[in-house]
Design a protein around this ligand. Structure first.
Ligand code: FUL
Length: 416
C-alpha cells in the first residue's frame, strides 16, 4: 500500500469542497411554458417575470446556509438570460424590462453583494440555434457565449456543462477549456471537457459509499446505467457533486406542482447521502413565472438549513490528529447517535479502512466499520451511552491525518 501514488486536490478543489452546499437555479423560457425541455421555438414574448427579484433567490439561499449559486444562463432551448451578442433569442427580445434586462447580471450582483459564490450553467446542446448543425460554426458561437459569461460577470465558482442531448456530439473542448482557463483559472469545471469535479451519476442527490474523490467513474456516459467500481487509486483528484431538484423530477417551475416538493425528511436523507458521503450537494430551486421562489419552496429550504444547523452545529466532543488510533473523550457519559469523520484531504485520501469503537459498560465495543473517510463521512448510529470513543485506522496509505472526529446527539421524536 505504501507505494501507491496518492491523488491530491488543488487549492481550488479544496476551497470548493469546503463549500459543501450549492443552490442550482433553473429559470428561463421553460418557466413560462410549463415544460422541462423547450424545443427552441417558444417565443421570447412569453418571457416576462414581472416581479423578478434575484436578491430574494440569493438571500434565501444564504439564510438556508448555502454557499454557492449556479444559474442556468442558457438551457437546451437556447434562450439566453443575458443580452448576448450571439443571438436574438434572449432577454433582449422579451417584454421584460422592455428588452433591457439581464438576469445573469442581477443574479451575479446579488451574489456578490450577499457574499455568495456565483456560477453558471451553459447548455452545449442548443435546440434553437440554426448553426448548431455546423460543428465549426457552432463551436465559434458557443465559445463567444462562454467568453461573454466568463468576462462580464465577475468571478465564477463553477461552470456546469450538461451532457444531455450531446451524446453523439464532439465539441471543441480544447478551445472551450482554454477560454475558462484564461479568464477564470480557479473555477470548477463540471463533468465535461477537462473536468475538475464530476457528476455523481444520478439526479436523486445520492452518492454511493464509499465515494472516492477520484476519476475512476468520470469516463462513463452521463446517462448510462452502468455501475462502476469507485476506486481510490487513480492519478487524478475528482470530487463529485450531487444535483437534485427540490420538487421531484422537475428542474423548472410548473404551476400546481407543490405536491412534488420534497419533505424535510427526504431532504435530510439527501443530505446524509451527499454531504454525509463527502460530496457537495447542489439543490435546485425554481423561480416561478413572477420571477420569485414560491413560498412553500422558500419555507422548506429554510427548514432544511435550520435542521442541518440543529443537528450539526454543536458537537458533544471533537478531536483531530495523526496516526492509527484516535481517542475522543467526553466529560461525562452521554447519549450519542451521530459521528462525523473528516480527513485532511489536502494530503489525499489516506484512510482506506477503519473501525469505530465505544466504551460501554466497561468494555470497548465495535460500533461501525468503514472504508473511505475523505472530505466528510457522517455516520448515523443506534443510540449509545458512552464517554469515550475510539477510531482505529486499520488500513491506510502513509500516515492518516484526521481533521475531525466528532460526535453528536440528535434528538428525535422518541425523546420528546
Ligand atoms: C439534465 C437536463 O436535461 C435537465 O433539464 C437539467 O438541466 C439537469 C440538471 O440536467 O441533464
Amino acid at each position: 500500500m505504501n507505494k501507491v501514488k496518492l491523488a491530491l486536490p488543488t487549492e481550488s478543489q479544496i476551497a470548493w469542497q469546503n463549500l459543501d452546499l450549492g443552490i442550482f437555479c433553473h429559470f428561463g423560457i421553460n418557466t413560462f411554458c410549463n415544460q422541462e425541455w423547450g424545443d427552441g421555438n417558444d417565443s421570447p414574448q412569453l418571457f416576462n417575470p414581472m416581479e423578478l427579484d434575484a436578491r430574494q433567490w440569493v438571500t434565501l439561499a444564504k439564510d438556508a446556509g448555502f454557499k454557492y449559486f449556479i444559474l442556468t444562463a442558457k438551457h437546451h432551448d437556447g434562450f439566453c438570460l443575458w443580452p448576448t451578442e450571439t443571438t436574438e433569442y434572449s432577454v433582449k427580445s422579451s417584454p421584460w424590462k422592455d428588452g433591457k434586462g439581464d438576469v445573469v447580471r442581477e443574479c451575479a450582483d446579488a451574489c456578490r453583494e450577499e457574499g455568495m459564490h456565483f456560477g453558471i450553467y451553459l447548455s452545449p446542446w442548443d435546440r434553437h440555434e440554426p448553426c448548431y448543425h455546423d460543428k465549426e460554426a457552432y463551436d465559434d458561437f458557443y465559445c463567444q457565449q462562454l467568453t461573454e459569461l466568463m468576462t462580464q460577470y465577475g468571478q465564477m465558482i463553477e461552470v456546469w456543462f450538461d451532457g444531455a442531448g450531446s451524446e453523439d456530439r464532439v465539441y471543441n473542448w480544447e478551445r472551450m477549456i482554454g477560454i475558462i482557463k484564461t479568464y477564470q483559472p480557479n473555477t470548477m469545471i463540471f463533468n465535461m471537457g477537462q473536468p475538475t469535479i464530476r457528476w455523481v451519476g444520478n439526479e436523486e442527490g445520492v452518492a454511493p459509499y464509499p465515494c472516492w474523490n477520484t476519476n475512476s467513474a468520470a469516463k462513463i456516459s452521463m446517462f448510462s446505467n452502468e455501475t462502476v467500481d469507485w476506486l481510490p487509486e487513480t492519478p487524478e483528484w475528482l470530487p463529485a457533486e450531487c444535483d437534485v431538484p427540490i420538487r421531484k423530477l422537475q428542474w423548472f417551475w410548473h404551476p400546481n406542482s407543490e405536491i412534488n416538493l420534497r419533505s424535510l425528511d427526504e431532504l435530510m436523507n439527501i443530505y446524509y447521502h451527499s454531504v454525509g458521503h463527502g460530496t457537495n450537494l447542489l439543490l435546485n430551486i425554481s423561480p416561478d413565472n413572477r420571477g420569485l421562489i414560491p413560498k412553500p419552496d422558500a419555507e422548506r429550504l429554510i427548514e432544511f438549513g435550520n435542521e442541518i444547523r440543529r443537528r450539526f452545529s454543536s458537537p458533544l466532543g471533537r478531536t483531530s490528529g495523526c496516526g492509527r488510533e484516535l481517542l475522543l473523550t467526553l466529560e461525562k457519559e452521554t447519549s450519542i447517535n451521530h459521528i462525523v469523520l473528516m480527513e485532511e484531504i489536502r494530503f489525499g485520501e489516506r484512510v482506506r479502512e477503519f473501525e469505530l469503537e465505544a466504551f460501554v459498560d466497561n468494555e470497548w465495543i465495535s460500533i461501525a466499520l468503514g472504508t473511505a473517510m475523505g472530505h466528510r463521512y457522517i455516520l448515523q448510529i443506534p443510540k449509545i451511552k458512552s464517554s469515550k470513543l475510539r477510531l482505529k485506522i486499520k488500513e491506510s496509505v502513509k500516515n492518516p491525518i484526521v481533521k475531525e472526529f466528532s460526535c453528536y446527539y440528535v434528538e428525535t421524536l422518541e425523546d420528546v
